[in-house]
Design a protein around this ligand. Structure first.
Ligand SMILES: [Fe+2]
Ligand SMILES: [Fe+2]
Length: 265
C-alpha cells in the first residue's frame, strides 16, 4: 500500500472529526467556560495550558471533552478551574502563529526536530537505568521498549505529516487542496490518540516520574528528559489537534453551540 493510501486509511470511528472550528471567534459566546471543550480553551486562552497541566487535565488527545467532563474525570471542581481560567490576564500576548503556514513552520522546527533529537538519547538512558537497577523497587521496567516503539511510530507519523498532509495545509484553508485534507487529518488525530495512550503508559510505568530513594544521576537525567518529552509531545499534539486542524474543519458546530452541558455550572 502506498504511503498516501496508508495516510488516508481512516478507522471507521474516526471518520467524523471531533468538533473543531476557529476557536477565537466562538470563545465565551453564549455558554460558560465549563461547557467549552478543553482543547478549544487551551487554544484560545493564553496561559490555559499551564492551568491544565497543573491539574493534569488532558487538553491534547482528550481535547474534545468539555471542562466539566475533564474535571469530573479527575475528581476536580470544574467551577474552580473555570475561575482560574477567567483570572488569566487577557492582555497577555499569544505567541502562537495564527496561519497554517506559521503553525507548520513552528511545529517542524520546535517539535518534529526536537523529538528526533531527544528520543534516541531517551531510549539509551532508559536502557541503562533498566539494566543497572533491574529488580529494584521503582525501576521502570519496560520503559525502553515503550520509548523505542514511540520513536518508530513518531518517525512514521511525522514523515506522513511532512510528505503529505502539511504540503496540503500550506496552501491554506481556502485552497481547493484543503478539501483533500479531511481524511489525512482524521488519520493523524487517530494516531495522536495512540501517542496519548503511550504517554499514559509511561506515566504508569514511572509512577508519574517518581524517583526512588537514592536515585543515581542517570536515573535523574532520564526522568528530567522524560518530563520535557511529555511536555513537548503534549504541546505538539495540542497545536495540531486544537489549533492547526480546526483551521480546516469540515462540519463545524454552529456558532456559540455548546457540547453536553453539566447542569448547575
Ligand atoms: Fe506533528
Ligand atoms: Fe501529529
Amino acid at each position: 500500500m502506498s504511503e498516501a493510501a496508508i495516510l488516508n486509511e481512516v478507522p471507521a470511528q474516526d471518520k467524523a472529526p471531533p468538533a473543531a472550528q476557529p476557536v477565537r471567534d466562538r470563545l465565551l459566546a453564549g455558554c460558560s467556560l465549563v461547557a467549552r471543550p478543553v482543547g478549544e480553551l487551551a487554544a484560545a486562552l493564553p496561559g490555559a495550558t499551564a492551568v491544565f497541566r497543573r491539574h493534569k487535565l488532558d487538553f491534547c488527545c482528550g481535547g474534545a471533552a468539555t471542562l466539566a467532563e475533564a474535571a469530573a474525570g479527575r475528581g476536580l471542581d470544574p467551577a474552580a478551574i473555570a475561575a482560574e481560567l477567567a483570572a488569566l490576564d487577557p492582555a497577555l500576548p499569544d505567541a502562537t502563529p495564527s496561519t497554517a503556514e506559521g503553525l507548520i513552520d513552528l511545529i517542524l522546527a520546535r517539535y518534529h526536530a526536537v523529538h528526533r533529537r531527544d528520543l534516541p538519547e531517551l531510549v539509551k538512558l532508559a536502557r541503562r537505568v533498566e539494566a543497572v537497577h533491574r529488580g529494584k523497587p521503582g525501576t521502570p521496567e519496560g520503559l525502553a521498549a515503550v520509548l523505542e516503539r514511540m520513536q518508530a511510530e513518531l518517525e512514521s507519523h511525522m514523515a506522513k505529516e511532512e510528505a503529505i498532509l502539511f504540503p496540503l495545509l500550506r496552501a491554506g484553508p481556502d485552497s481547493p487542496m484543503a478539501s483533500m485534507a479531511a481524511a489525512p487529518i482524521a488519520r493523524m488525530r487517530f494516531e495522536h490518540d495512540e501517542h496519548g495512550a503511550e504517554l499514559r503508559q509511561i506515566a504508569v510505568l514511572t509512577g508519574e516520574l517518581t524517583l526512588p530513594e537514592g536515585a543515581c544521576g542517570t536515573f535523574r537525567a532520564l526522568y528530567a528528559n522524560l518530563a520535557r518529552f511529555q511536555d513537548d509531545l503534549t504541546t505538539h499534539i495540542h497545536l495540531e489537534n486544537n489549533v492547526l486542524f480546526p483551521l480546516f474543519a469540515i462540519g463545524d458546530m454552529p456558532d456559540g453551540s455548546c457540547r453536553a452541558m453539566t447542569a448547575g455550572h
